[in-house]
Design a protein around this ligand. Structure first.
Ligand code: AMP
Length: 562
């Protein structure tokens, strides 16, 4: 390895993290801390309480998980006890955060357990009895265990409330209070939330002590800095991103493009995938030697390769004047990083294009960026196969006009003349265009890339009974082809203590559908009505039969009233 190559994950060790953790980050391909990590890790390592404003996609999970793992060291031979509790709004997030904690803490022999509704209590109980160090839980299920005396929080030294605004929106305020009351007074508390409404600040005031406030995305961009750049975002599922990128490259036909990824591993994987699809892409990241880097850059500058796939670190200080396109394979973790990346295009008065591939859950990050840059990012649909064909035909047409203009058609005229004896000349020309079009370069991909609607703007507090907004009309959503909604009757209501959050929890957990797909909820005295997508209704009813809601096994059926 070359001496000049930036040392791996150096930024993390300079934050004071345990070398074992830094090693884990290196092997995950992280090159440097994100903004929220830079700001939150030092105070958390110092044992301070932290109130952090950060959305999904900023790297906030690592921002709280790494210091937690650093601090919960266990003396050899000491029995395992729950040292940290992380509360999250949904089952999906519980699994995701537990997985992240596990990955970061592997070398430290830390055991983490996700607990959420819908999973068997017995199974969770057995895992708890075997001993765990970190619990990641949804508030409802955590309280359930507390009530049964199966969750002992007496040894918890640190608690994290993750996506606190979401937890409140889901109606978990009381559960949170009850759980916090069950924790030892002497402990560290961190609260992360994408938004900071008054209710969150009040919780922070009551439960955090002398907290360090950490916010990303509040810096101002100096006026006049804005480059002339067309800014676009496509919302796509993660697994469709390579196909979406390929299609965008075909449509845009960039002369030179830098594609930014978060980690080295992503850079290598994407470069390979693009290569497999016939694009000449080269990887640039902090793991390359100086010599390798120079070679990649030379080829790019000379136009021998026109796609550079890079991490932020590797691209920093790059001596590249201008690229026609910048693609963010993920939404950058902070508005600053975004501005920095897209500054590579639209230089010296030239037009540039900045394209961001975002997952639906990263939508809020796009908003942060817009607020920061005071510019609009236009959210567009990924070009369809039809768009691609239309574009190719346009290019074929242009090529034909060029051929007409440049002459030398005599040998071909003879072919046309002989064929014209039997065929209509227009048909003949059309057939020739068809062949020319089919012979054009460009992947003729038929891959289905489902269109995803962006989530609705941040919602207000749910009214009573809670109304959960339906996703913005998804023109081509696979789940709800025509947006039909039906109502499900569930035979428990207010008199059994049921609240909307119980129903959302039960449906999301039992039927494994996202809470965002659940429509209006009416909780009456003895029953409840819940709107769900018609396409999924049968599966939801089947899944809910046999489910326990507030200790009851209610009747569940399609509501005949609608
Ligand atoms: P989060 O905001 O916690 O949901 O993280 C978003 C994504 O960023 C996850 O896929 C992480 O693995 C990734 N990530 C977090 N921190 C870093 C980092 N410092 N460098 C590269 N990727 C990161």
């Amino acid at each position: 390895m070359d001496q000049d190559a930036p040392p791996a994950a150096d930024g993390f060790s300079s934050l004071g993290l345990d070398p074992a953790l830094v090693g884990a980050l290196t092997s995950l391909g992280y090159e440097e801390p994100t903004a929220i990590q830079r700001e939150a890790i030092p105070p958390l390592l110092a044992g301070r309480d932290v109130l952090g404003q950060a959305a999904t996609g900023t790297g906030k999970t690592a921002a709280f998980a790494l210091p937690l793992l650093h601090r919960i060291g266990r003396a050899p031979g000491e029995p395992r006890a729950i040292r940290a509790l992380i509360l999250v709004p949904t089952r999906e997030l519980a699994m995701q955060v537990a997985e992240a904690v596990h990955r970061y803490g592997r070398a430290l022999d830390v055991r983490v357990l996700p607990i959420y509704g819908g999973q068997s209590l017995q199974q969770q109980l057995r895992a708890l009895q075997r001993g765990v160090d970190v619990v990641v839980a949804t508030p409802g299920r955590a309280l359930d265990h507390l009530g049964r005396g199966t969750l002992n929080l007496g040894s918890v030294a640190a608690v994290v409330l993750d996506e606190a605004d979401e937890m409140l929106d889901m109606g978990f305020a009381e559960e949170l209070e009850a759980i916090l009351a069950a924790l030892p007074d002497e402990r560290q508390t961190a609260l992360f939330s994408a938004t900071m409404p008054r209710r969150i600040l009040e919780i922070a005031k009551r439960h955090l002590r002398d907290a360090v406030r950490v916010t990303i995305a509040n810096e101002k961009v100096a006026a006049g800095e804005a480059p002339r750049v067309r800014e676009i975002a496509y919302i796509v599922q993660r697994r469709h991103k390579p196909a979406a990128l390929a299609r965008v490259l075909d449509m845009e036909a960039p002369t030179s493009v830098i594609v930014f990824c978060r980690t080295r591993i992503e850079v290598d994987e994407l470069t390979e995938t693009l290569g497999g699809r016939g694009y000449g892409a080269e990887a640039l990241h902090g793991g390359l030697s100086q010599e390798q880097r120079d070679r990649v850059l030379r080829r790019f500058r000379e136009g021998a390769s026109d796609i550079l796939v890079a991490t932020d670190v590797a691209a920093r200080g790059l001596d590249i004047e201008h690229v026609s396109h910048v693609v963010n394979f993920d939404v950058p973790s902070s508005p600053d990083a975004y501005v920095h990346r897209i500054g590579r295009t639209g230089r010296a008065g030239r037009e540039g294009v900045a394209i961001t591939l975002a997952e639906a859950r990263e939508h809020r990050l796009l908003r942060n960026i817009e607020q920061h840059t005071k510019r609009k990012i236009s959210i567009e649909s990924v070009p369809t196969v039809h768009d691609l064909r239309a574009r190719r035909l346009e290019l074929t047409r242009a090529a034909l006009e060029e051929a007409l203009a440049s002459g030398g058609l005599e040998p071909y005229r003879r072919v046309v003349e002989s064929l014209a004896e039997e065929h209509d000349v227009l048909d003949l020309a059309a057939a020739a265009v068809k062949l020319a079009d089919a012979a054009r370069d460009g992947a003729d991909d038929e891959e289905e890339i489902p269109a995803i609607a962006a989530p609705p703007p941040p919602r207000a507090m749910p009214a009573r009974p809670a109304r959960f907004e339906r996703p913005a009309a998804a023109a081509a959503s696979t789940r709800q082809p025509n947006g039909d909604v039906v109502r499900i009757y569930i035979g428990v209501g207010r008199s059994a203590g049921v609240r909307p959050a119980d129903l959302v929890g039960a449906i999301a957990n039992e039927a494994r559908i996202s809470s965002r797909d659940i429509g209006a909820i009416d909780v009456a005295d003895r029953f409840s009505l819940v709107e769900v997508p018609a396409a999924g209704a049968t599966a939801i009813i089947t899944a809910l039969r046999g489910a326990t809601i507030r200790g009851k096994k209610p009747t569940v059926r399609l509501d005949r009233g609608k």
